[in-house]
Design a protein around this ligand. Structure first.
Ligand code: NAG
Ligand code: NAG
Length: 622
C-alpha cells in the first residue's frame, strides 16, 4: 500500500496545461528515425545520411501541423516536433528501384546532401509536409567506411597507446623490484611506487583507531559515494535525451514529474562536493597548525600536492576520451555524440592540463563531468589561501567567512539578475537537456563557473572551524537534544527543500524572484547538508553507522576515477545503433550497468595509474 502511494506520488505530474492524448502525439511524424546503418553501408553503393529537418505544411489548413506547433511552443516540457531528426539509408530508400515501386522518380541533385533533402521531403509529402534540411551531420558512403577503417592511427592515439604500455611495464617492473627489494631501506622509491600489491593495499586498507578527529569524519565517505551514485543516476537519465529515442513522450513527461524535479534540483549536490573539499582542506590545515606554524608560503606546496593527486587520472581519462573512446562503439550516432566530445578532448587538451576547462571554450564539452575538477581546484586554492592567512585568528575568520558567504550569494544573485541567468530547475527542458545546455549561457557561464561555487567554499570553511572548535572544547553535540532532533529531520527537510523547485518553476517569469532563487537555492542545500554532516560526525546513531560502512570507504577512494569515467561508460552503453525505447526501467538498467562497469574499471585505474603516479611524482619532487 505504502509503495503504491509512493509510486503514485512519484509519477504524478505537475502543471495544469492542456494534456495531449497518446492518439494526438502519435499522429505527429516520428521525431527520430534511424535506418539500419551497418546493413546500409555494407553494400558497395551504400549511402547513409544523418541530419535535422524543419517541417512546414504543404496544404492549409493542416490540423496536425497546427497541433504540433501548439505542442512545440510549450518548449518547457516538449521537444520541438516540427524539427525532426533522420538517419536515412539513401541508397535503399531513394534508389530508382525503390521509387519505381511508387511509380515515381526523384532528381537526385548533384550532392548527397540534396538527395537527402529531396528523399526526406518525398517521404514527408505523404503526410502533407515539406521538409527542409536544417543541419546535416554527415553523409557517408561505403568507401568512406573502408577508408576510415584503414586510416593510420593519429598521433594522439600513438601517444596514448605508448602511455598505456609504459604504465603497464612500469607496474610489472615495479612489482618485481618491490618483491625482490623487500624491506631494504635503500630501495629505489621511484620504482617501488609502482608495486601493485602495495598500491592495492593502499586502496583497500582501512585504518582502525588512529586520530579520533579523523575517525569522526568517516561518515562523509559514505555520503560522498551516495551523492556520486545519485549523480550517475541523473546522468543516466540525461544521456537518454541525447540519443534517438522511440518514445520521446516519456522524456517529456520526466521533466515534469516529481522524480524529474528531484533530478534537476539534485544538481545542487555538486556544490556539496565543493563544500566537502573546502571543509576537509580547512579542517586538516587547522589540525596541522597545532604542530606547525602555517603561512601563505605553503600555498604552492598545497597546490602541487593536490595537482599531483588529480592530474594523472584526469589526463589519463581525457586522453582515453580523445582516442580509444571512439572505438568502443559503432553506429550512426557515434560521431555526433561520443565523436563530438572526443574532438573537444583533442582541441581542449591543454585547458584540461591547466585546469581551466570550465573557462576556455565552454561550449565544447570533453567528458562533461570534468568541469567539476577546475571548480573544485579553484575553490581549494581559495580555501587554502584563507586558512593559511587567518589560522591564528579563527574567531575573526569565521565572522569574515560568514560575511563573505552572504556577499557571494548576493553577488551571484546580482549577476544572475543582470545577465538573466536561470536556475537549473527552469533550464531542464527537453531540447536543452538534449544538447546538454550547450548554447545556454546560464549553464556555460554560471552553472559550471568557479565563482558560482564560492558560497559553498565559504560554508565548508565555516563548518571546518565549527568542527575544530567543538573538538577543541570537547563538546559532543550528541548531548544536545535539540541538535539530535534537528539532525534527524535533516534528510526529510533536504527532500522537501528540493520540492521548492516546483514553486520556483511557476514563478520563474519574475526576474527578481529568479535572482533570489539562484542566489540562495544551492547555498541553502549546502547548509542543510552541513547540519546533516555535523550530526553524522557527532551523533552515534543509525545514520552515522550506515555511512561508516567499510565498503563505502574503499569506494570513496575511487571517487575521482568514478566521477570522470562513468560518463564515458554510460555514453558508450547508450550509443546503440538503433532508435530505442526508454522508460524508468531502461534508465535504471543503464545506471546499474554503468556503475558496475565503472567501479570494475576504476579498480585497475586507481591501482595502476592514480596511486602509483601520485607516489611516483611525490618521490620525484619531494
Ligand atoms: C521549432 O522549430 C521550428 C523550425 O522547425 C522553429 O521555427 C521554431 O522556432 C521552434 N520552436 C521553438 C519553440 O523553439
Ligand atoms: C503504378 O503503375 C502501374 C501501371 O501504370 C499500376 O498498375 C500500379 O497500380 C501503380 N502503382 C502505384 C503504387 O500507384
Amino acid at each position: 500500500m505504502a509503495l503504491t502511494t509512493l509510486f503514485l506520488l512519484l509519477f504524478v505530474t505537475f502543471g495544469s496545461a492542456r494534456e495531449y492524448t497518446d492518439a494526438e502525439t502519435s499522429s505527429f511524424p516520428k521525431l527520430f528515425h534511424l535506418d539500419d546503418y551497418e546493413r546500409c553501408l555494407a553494400k558497395e553503393d551504400g549511402l547513409y545520411c544523418l541530419g535535422t529537418f524543419d517541417l512546414t505544411p504543404t496544404k492549409l489548413p493542416h490540423t496536425t501541423y497546427d497541433l504540433m506547433k501548439a505542442y512545440s511552443d510549450e518548449s518547457y516540457r516538449h521537444f520541438n516536433r516540427t524539427r525532426i531528426h533522420r538517419g536515412y539509408c539513401l541508397s535503399d530508400r531513394c534508389s530508382s528501384a525503390t521509387l519505381s515501386r511508387f511509380n515515381t522518380t526523384l532528381d537526385p541533385g548533384n550532392s548527397p546532401e540534396q538527395l537527402f533533402e529531396r528523399c526526406t521531403n518525398f517521404y514527408m509529402q505523404a503526410e502533407d509536409f515539406h521538409a527542409t534540411l536544417k543541419s546535416l551531420d554527415y553523409c557517408r558512403t561505403h568507401s568512406n567506411i573502408i577508408e576510415a577503417s584503414e586510416r593510420p592511427p593519429t598521433s594522439a592515439e600513438v601517444i596514448f597507446k605508448n602511455v598505456v604500455y609504459t604504465l603497464i611495464i612500469a607496474n610489472i617492473v615495479g612489482t618485481i623490484y618491490h618483491n625482490f627489494a623487500g624491506d631494504n631501506p635503500n630501495k629505489n622509491k621511484l620504482l617501488s611506487s609502482f608495486s601493485i600489491p602495495e598500491n592495492w593495499r593502499r586502496l583497500t586498507f582501512i585504518r582502525e583507531g588512529g586520530d579520533p578527529r579523523q575517525t569522526a569524519l568517516v561518515p562523509m565517505e559514505g555520503l560522498r559515494v551516495m551523492a556520486l551514485g545519485f549523480t550517475t543516476y541523473a546522468h543516466a537519465c540525461v544521456i537518454h535525451y541525447m540519443y534517438h529515442i522511440k518514445n520521446p513522450e516519456y522524456l517529456e513527461e520526466l521533466t515534469q514529474r516529481l522524480d524529474g524535479i528531484y533530478l534537476s534540483a539534485g544538481t545542487s549536490l555538486i556544490q556539496v562536493f565543493v563544500m566537502m573539499t573546502s571543509f576537509l582542506t580547512g579542517y586538516n590545515l587547522l589540525i596541522y597548525s597545532q604542530k606547525q606554524e602555517l603561512g601563505l608560503h605553503m600555498l604552492p606546496l598545497c597546490i602541487i600536492k593536490r595537482l599531483v593527486r588529480i592530474t594523472p587520472v584526469h589526463i589519463f581519462i581525457v586522453g582515453f576520451a580523445a582516442t580509444w573512446w571512439l572505438d568502443t562503439r559503432g553506429g550512426p550516432l557515434v560521431s555526433t555524440t561520443i565523436g563530438l566530445e572526443s574532438e573537444a578532448c583533442t582541441s581542449k587538451f591543454w585547458s584540461h592540463v591547466f585546469l581551466v576547462n570550465n573557462i576556455v571554450d565552454t561550449d565544447k564539452y570533453c567528458v562533461v563531468p570534468t568541469w567539476f575538477l577546475p571548480v573544485n581546484m579553484h575553490m581549494y586554492i581559495v580555501a587554502c589561501a584563507f586558512t593559511l592567512l587567518l589560522w591564528r585568528r579563527r574567531c575573526f575568520a569565521v565572522r569574515l567567512y560568514l560575511v563573505l558567504f552572504f556577499v557571494t550569494c548576493l553577488l551571484n544573485g546580482f549577476v544572475a539578475y543582470m545577465k538573466d541567468y536561470r536556475s537549473m530547475i527552469y533550464l531542464a527542458t527537453p531540447e536543452h537537456i538534449r544538447r546538454i545546455f550547450r548554447d545556454n549561457l546560464s549553464f556555460t557561464e554560471f552553472y559550471i563557473s568557479s565563482w558560482g561555487a564560492l558560497p559553498a567554499c565559504f560554508l565548508g570553511l565555516i563548518l571546518a572551524h565549527i568542527q575544530f572548535a567543538l573538538d577543541e572544547r570537547k563538546i559532543k553535540l550528541s548531548d544536545y537534544k535539540w541538535f539530535v532532533y534537528l539532525h534527524y529531520t535533516m534528510f526529510p527537510v533536504l527532500f522537501t527543500w528540493a520540492l521548492t523547485g516546483i514553486y520556483a518553476r511557476e514563478h520563474s517569469s519574475s526576474d527578481l524572484f529568479n535572482a533570489v532563487y539562484i542566489a540562495f537555492d544551492r547555498p541553502l542545500f549546502c547548509i542543510l547538508m552541513c547540519i546533516g554532516l555535523l550530526g553524522a560526525f557527532h551523533i552515534d546513531g543509525p545514520i552515522r553507522k550506515f555511512y561508516s560502512w567499510r565498503g563505502w570507504r574503499t569506494m570513496a577512494r575511487m571517487s575521482l576515477t568514478v566521477m570522470l569515467l562513468h560518463w564515458c561508460v554510460d555514453m558508450t552503453i547508450a550509443t546503440r545503433s538503433v532508435a530505442y525505447g526508454t522508460s524508468a526501467t531502461d534508465m535504471l538498467v543503464d545506471w546499474c550497468a554503468t556503475n558496475l562497469i565503472t567501479y570494475v574499471l576504476a579498480v585497475p585505474i586507481t591501482v595502476l595509474v592514480e596511486i602509483p603516479m601520485q607516489r611516483f611524482i611525490e618521490a620525484l619532487i619531494f
